[in-house]
Design a protein around this ligand. Structure first.
Ligand SMILES: *[C@@H]1O[C@H](CO)[C@@H](O)[C@H](O)[C@H]1NC(C)=O
Ligand SMILES: *[C@@H]1O[C@H](CO)[C@@H](O)[C@H](O)[C@H]1NC(C)=O
Length: 434
């Protein structure tokens, strides 16, 4: 009897505690933006905000810009007034797009990266904000993913003076995903777009937003998904220890045929957090909860039963959230862990650089520019560019190895030329640094 009473009292206490914790959790969550805000596109004064929330707002009104210095920091791009969530280089290498919850997408010109001033062109995202932005292959449209609308909006980019004007298509695409969209992509061939959500769904769309195919990744949840730079493949990773790659197939006259399984990257022993492609899609890099990153050769003819193979495994001791970037030439890997970045030589596994507390918030995107000169990161309101010294060093070492084995005179001369150019570029950066 006594025992029974004791157990009841204990259970009762536990229930009360749970109720208390639940209430507390509710009290702390920030309210959803009101309908008014969504429709108007303006930050209206909030009616039902609690005192706590007001205090929180006040603190947010004059946010401190995070300070970070490093000898390899090449530039800081500032103009956004809200957190930046996505970066995208146009394939011609001329522009960088960034989107932020300040309801703008900004386009930066890569040619003035090293200048004192960084101009940007602004596309306003009416009634919403963009979480992701991608240039079309011809740089004539900008496709953005809407945070509240959970769908895509297409902007026409019109050249004007030395910039662009942006006009949104009259209608956004219909919302199709049941879970939040985690990434979007546009094929370099111009033939399809991709949206991936945090459940196991990937959709392949045509240019007008019609669904060509729906893929179930069967990976419990999607952690990351992307279109390969060659525009042939869609890949995804999630809870399972593999990366799955599909080919989106079109017929001779350009009509959509099917999405078929191409190959898997198998070798990790725990969930894969992210992956990245080299610019020719012949290499892929993955990072996993098993504490390693891997570099893969994906230059295979899967239709002839060839499998991609592992080139190198490196150790990684970071934490999630993390992002991985592979340099265009596949020789350098950068991995972010919360707000730190580690840069590795992809061929030897050596740690080349470590950057700590690069951003005031979690790093949301990490990429190399198309010319392999910079590593670019974001997370707070700034975009930071680092000189890719690791890339120059890796290229020099790799080309010297190739030179040793080269027998053809023309090849030798070309390699010597490339080595000396990379050395010159590296020297220039190091001179500035000191
Ligand atoms: C930026 O995002 C972080 C969460 O990552 C949030 O705590 C912070 O309030 C955001 N800042 C602004 C200005 O919205
Ligand atoms: C990939 O990047 C390398 C190094 O920047 C460059 O030389 C090469 O032309 C690029 N290839 C493609 C297909 O863009």
């Amino acid at each position: 009897m006594v025992a029974f009473v004791a157990v009841s009292v204990l259970l009762g206490g536990l229930v009360l505690l749970l109720v208390f914790l639940f209430k507390k959790a509710q009290g702390n969550s920030t309210p959803e933006p009101s309908i008014d805000q969504k429709v108007n596109g303006q930050a209206l004064p909030e009616k039902q905000s609690t005192k706590k929330h007001k205090l929180h707002k006040l603190r947010n009104e004059k946010p401190q810009q995070h300070t970070f210095t490093h000898p390899l920091l090449a530039a800081v791009l500032k103009a956004h007034s809200g957190n930046i969530t996505c970066l995208d280089f146009s394939s011609n290498g001329k522009y960088l797009a960034s989107c932020s919850d300040d309801r703008t997408v900004r386009i930066w010109s890569t040619k003035d990266f090293l200048d004192r001033e960084h101009r940007s062109m602004r596309a306003n995202v009416e009634f919403d904000h963009a979480t992701h932005a991608r240039f079309s292959h011809d740089c004539r449209t900008l496709i953005v993913c809407l945070a509240n609308g959970e769908t895509l909006r297409v902007y026409k980019m019109t050249k004007k003076d030395d910039g662009f004007t942006f006009s949104a298509a009259p209608e956004d695409f219909p919302k199709r995903h049941k879970a939040p969209i985690i990434n979007i992509g546009v094929a370099e061939t111009g033939k399809f777009m991709m949206t991936a959500s945090s459940d196991t769904t990937i959709m392949v769309l045509d240019r007008k937003g019609a669904v060509l195919a729906t893929i179930n990744t069967n990976q419990m949840n999607n952690a990351y998904a992307a279109v390969s730079p060659c525009g042939r493949f869609v890949a995804s990773c999630g809870f399972t220890p593999d990366v799955k790659v599909w080919e989106v197939c079109f017929g001779k006259s350009g009509e959509f045929r099917e999405v078929c399984r191409a190959f898997d990257l198998k070798g990790h022993s725990a969930g894969v957090c992210g992956f990245a492609f080299s610019n020719d899609s012949r290499r892929m890099a993955t990072v996993s909860k098993d504490g390693t990153w891997k570099l893969w050769n994906t230059d295979v003819e899967y239709k002839k039963q060839q499998d991609p193979y592992l080139l190198h495994t490196g150790s990684w001791s970071g934490n999630e959230p993390c992002r991985i970037a592979l340099s265009p030439d596949g020789r350098v890997i950068a991995i972010s862990s919360i707000s730190d970045i580690t840069v590795y030589n992809a061929l030897t596994g050596d740690v080349e650089e470590e950057f700590h507390s690069v951003h005031g918030e979690v790093i949301t995107d990490l990429a190399f520019d198309t010319c392999n000169r910079f590593l670019v990161s974001t997370g707070d309101r700034a975009i930071r560019l680092f000189h890719n010294t690791a890339g120059y060093r890796a290229a020099i070492a790799d080309m010297k190895e190739t030179l040793k084995k080269a027998t053809n005179k023309g090849t030798k001369e070309r390699l010597q030329q490339q080595i000396s150019e990379a050395q010159k570029a590296l020297n220039a950066v190091m001179k500035k640094k000191n």
